[in-house]
Design a protein around this ligand. Structure first.
Ligand SMILES: Cc1ncc(COP(=O)(O)O)c(C=O)c1O
Ligand SMILES: N[C@@H](CCCC[NH3+])C(=O)O
Length: 403
C-alpha cells in the first residue's frame, strides 16, 4: 500500500507516483507468456519516458520501442543495449535516420516507400547497411477509441500488404538494406483478442509468401496495445494474447518482439492532487484541485475514465461532482458527475491508472510547471524527477528579451 499522504507531504502536489514493483510483475507476466519462444519485450518508451522507469525495465532485460531519436537517446542513457532498440514512426527526419543507423540499433521500422528510399540513401552515404523492418497495416478494426486506432487504412500508420511486399523485394535487392523484421500494431488499449489474432494471421501469411521468394525474416514484431483495466472493462490475459499470436506462426521460426507501453506502466501510476476549493454553479457542484489537464490530459482528450479515490476524514455519503483543475479551459476536468464525499481544503484525490500517457503527455500550458515524479520500490520512495519551477519554464526564452 502506498502512503499517498506521506508522499504528498514530502514531495508536494500535484505528484506522480509509480509503483516499480508492480511494473516488474507486469513485465514478468508478459515475458513468461511467451515462454518457449525467443522473445524481446521492447518497452514502448512513449508510455512513460522517465529515465528511471526506462532503466527499471532495462535492468529486467527489456528492449525499447522508440518513436523519435530523443526516445532512442533516452533508451541508450537508461542502459538498453543497441541490439534491443527499435525505431518506429511515420515521419522520421534524415538526421534521425542517420543517427539510428550510426548507433547500430536492432532495426528501423519503415512506414512508407518514400521512407525506405531515404533509409537506403542514408545507409549508402554512411557506407553501412541498415537493418529494417516494415510496418504492415493489415486494415483491421481494433475496436478501441478512434484516436488510438492505428491498423486501418484510414490511419496514417504502416503500408498495405502489396506495398509491403514490393518494399521487401526492393530491400532484398539493395546492398544498403537488410530486411530482418516485420511489424504490425493495430491500436492501443486493445481489449478484444480477435482483431489481434486476425492481424497476426494476415502478417504471418505475408511472411510465408516472402519465404517463397527467398526473403527470410527473423523478427515478428507484434507491436504493443495490450489493454488494461481503467474501470470494469474485461481485458486480455497475457497468456491468451501470446497463444493467439503464437498460434499463427506454425512452422515459422521467428523471434517475437512485443512493444507494450500501457500494460507495463498504466496501473503502476497514480496522480495525486490536492483539493483547493469546492464551489457550486446553480445545481452543479465542482471540486477544484491543484492538478490540471496540463498534468494529465487523458480525460480532456479522450474523455477517458480514471478511477478517483478521495483521501479524507469525511466518510459520509457521496454526491456527484465535477473534478476540475485551474487551467482556463472548460475541458480541464478529471471526471464529471463523479461520486465523492464532502471534501475539505487540502484533502487529497488520487487518480488511478495514470502511469501511462500521463506525465509524458503533459505540457506547460498556462505557464504551469509539470509535477514531480516519485518511484516507490520495496517500500521505499525516491524522487525521479524534480518539480518544474518557473525558471525551468522560461530559461529558453529569457536571453531573447529585448527592451
Ligand atoms: C508502434 C507502437 N508500438 C507500441 C505502442 C505502445 O502501445 P501501448 O501503450 O498501447 O502498449 C504504440 C502506441 O500505441 C505504437 O504506436
Ligand atoms: N496517448 C494514448 C495512447 C496512444 C498510443 C500511442 N501510439 C492514451 O493515452 O491512451
Amino acid at each position: 500500500m502506498v502512503d499517498f499522504k506521506a508522499l504528498a507531504k514530502e514531495y508536494g502536489t500535484p505528484l506522480y507516483v509509480y509503483d516499480f514493483d508492480y511494473m516488474s510483475e507486469q513485465y514478468t507476466e508478459l515475458k513468461e507468456a511467451f515462454k518457449g519462444r525467443k522473445s524481446i519485450i521492447a518497452y514502448a518508451v512513449k508510455a512513460n519516458s522517465n529515465l528511471s522507469v526506462v532503466r527499471h525495465f532495462a535492468k529486467m532485460g527489456s528492449g525499447a520501442d522508440c518513436v523519435s531519436i530523443g526516445e532512442v537517446r533516452r533508451a541508450f542513457l537508461a542502459g538498453i543495449p543497441a541490439y534491443k532498440i527499435i525505431f518506429s514512426g511515420v515521419g522520421k527526419s534524415d538526421d534521425e535516420i542517420r543517427e539510428a543507423i550510426e548507433k547500430d540499433i536492432l532495426y528501423i521500422n519503415v512506414e512508407s516507400e518514400a521512407e525506405l528510399q531515404r533509409v537506403e540513401s542514408i545507409a549508402e552515404e554512411l557506407g553501412r547497411p541498415s537493418r529494417i523492418s516494415i510496418r504492415v497495416n493489415p486494415n483491421i478494426d481494433p475496436q478501441t477509441h478512434p484516436y488510438i486506432s492505428t491498423g486501418l487504412h484510414d490511419n496514417k500508420f504502416g503500408v498495405d500488404l502489396s506495398t509491403a511486399k514490393r518494399m521487401y523485394i526492393q530491400a532484398k535487392n539493395s546492398e544498403h538494406l537488410d530486411p530482418v523484421g516485420i511489424h504490425f500494431h493495430i491500436g492501443s488499449q486493445l481489449t478484444q483478442l480477435q482483431p489481434i489474432r486476425e492481424a497476426a494471421e494476415i502478417v504471418a501469411d505475408l511472411i510465408r509468401s516472402l519465404q517463397a521468394i527467398d526473403i527470410e525474416l527473423k523478427f515478428f514484431d507484434v507491436g504493443g496495445g495490450l489493454g488494461v483495466k481503467y474501470g470494469n472493462e474485461e481485458t486480455i490475459k497475457p497468456y491468451d494474447y501470446a497463444q493467439a499470436i503464437l498460434s499463427t506462426l506454425t512452422a515459422l521460426d521467428l523471434t517475437i518482439l512485443c512493444e507494450p507501453g500501457r500494460f507495463l506502466t498504466a496501473n503502476a501510476g497514480y496522480f495525486v492532487t490536492k483539493v483547493l476549493y469546492e464551489k457550486q454553479n446553480g445545481d452543479k457542484k465542482f471540486v477544484v484541485v491543484d492538478g490540471a489537464m496540463n498534468d494529465l490530459l487523458r480525460p480532456s482528450l479522450y474523455n477517458a475514465y480514471h478511477k478517483i479515490e478521495a483521501i479524507t476524514d469525511n466518510n459520509g455519503k457521496t454526491r456527484e461532482v465535477d473534478i476540475v483543475g485551474p487551467v482556463c479551459e472548460s475541458g480541464d476536468f478529471f471526471a464529471k458527475n463523479y461520486p465523492l464525499p464532502e471534501l475539505n481544503r487540502n484533502d487529497l484525490l488520487v487518480i488511478h491508472s495514470a502511469g501511462a500517457y500521463g506525465f509524458g503527455m503533459g505540457s506547460n500550458y498556462n505557464t504551469r510547471g509539470r509535477s514531480a515524479e516519485v518511484a516507490v520500490q520495496n517500500g521505499k520512495a525516491r524522487l525521479i524527477r524534480k518539480r518544474e519551477c518557473f525558471e525551468d519554464l522560461i530559461c529558453l526564452e529569457q536571453e531573447f528579451l529585448v527592451d
